[in-house]
Ligand binder design. Structure first.
Ligand SMILES: [Zn+2]
Length: 316
């Protein structure tokens, strides 16, 4: 079986030919631009597909399906891209137009990239074999991907699973979505940077301030300084972990997954974020005395998760 998976981003689109074991056989990347009209964008994706097939010495007849993951709001069932971050796509009947531009009769599936990521992990990665998985991608915002009872949960018109915009603190910090106090305003990588910056301003004599001034602001610096025992950094990490823990426990109490996965920039901290989050869940999830333990792990698919997850849309 050969599926084409295309991982679309604001800067580039990465395409791969993926087999049923989640292995990428061939790969190709093109640049994407914000100004490109939807018609040109679709023809660019068709060219990408044909170029990839040419690399592999294959034709569309050899392909069993094409999956595409987008950073935005997608109607999976109707194949419509409602909105896409950093790309000029608004209410585009993508699947219909893409299929006709390729003259492809087999399935073309589209979804949000957070959904693709959790599918890739549940099929081939850190949650392989699990039927109940919640994944949090901690980057600019927070993306959530939910698999419950073996099914991807997306809600009516696939408009749901926007866990980053559940309220963590009523009337709290301004979120990019227009509301206040969202989970992502407290526990995304961007939020961690803001919390670090505030701590540095309040504690200019700390090791954290010294390192930030020398190395620049990053999500890594507070973790590094906390390891060295810096009080200011320890407080940043402790508070951040608590925000993340509170948000994650909310999802655990609804979905009670077998495994919670972390992706995105913050997950690069590995055990430094997994261990405290594991402890937080163990201590706070409802029914902790008698229910099975919920495991926390870092996503395993790395840079290729987007391609494999998009292809996995055709393997559900
Ligand atoms: Zn929000």
């Amino acid at each position: 079986m050969k599926i084409i998976g295309i991982d679309i981003g604001g800067m580039s689109a990465k395409a791969g030919i993926v087999n049923e074991n989640g292995e990428i056989l061939y790969k190709r990347t093109v640049v994407t631009e914000k100004e490109t009209s939807s018609g040109v964008f679709i023809s660019d994706m068709a060219h990408l597909t044909f170029d990839l097939l040419a690399d592999a010495g294959l034709t569309l007849n050899d392909i069993d399906g094409i999956g595409l993951g987008f950073p935005g709001s997608i109607n999976d069932e109707k194949g419509i891209v409602r909105y896409c971050c950093n790309l000029n796509l608004r209410n585009v009947e993508f699947v219909k137009l893409f299929k006709s531009s390729l003259n492809f009769k087999k399935p073309v599936m589209i979804s949000n990239d957070a959904n693709c990521a959790v599918l890739a992990e549940a099929k081939f990665g850190a949650a392989k074999g699990a039927k109940d998985v919640v994944m949090f991608t901690l980057g600019t915002g927070i993306g959530t991907g939910i698999i419950s009872g073996g099914r991807l949960i997306t809600g009516n018109a696939s408009a749901g699973s926007e866990g980053g915009h559940t309220t963590l603190i009523m009337g709290g910090k301004q979120c990019g979505c227009g509301r206040k106090g969202c989970f992502e305003a407290y526990a995304s990588a961007t939020a961690l940077l803001n919390q670090t910056k505030e701590a540095v301003e309040k504690n200019p004599d700390s090791l954290l301030a010294e390192k930030v001034n020398a190395e620049g602001l990053s999500g890594k610096v507070p973790f590094d300084c906390a390891m060295l025992g810096d009080r200011t950094a320890l407080e940043v990490v402790r508070n951040y972990t608590k925000y993340l823990g509170e948000g994650v426990v909310n999802f655990c109490n609804i979905f009670y997954p077998e495994i919670v996965l972390l992706g995105g920039g913050v997950s690069n901290q590995g055990d430094n974020i997994v261990r405290p989050l594991q402890r937080y869940i163990d201590l706070n999830v409802y029914g902790r005395e008698y229910n099975p333990k919920i495991k926390v792990a870092v996503a395993a698919m790395g840079n290729d998760a987007g391609i494999i997850g998009a292809a996995a849309l055709c393997l559900q």
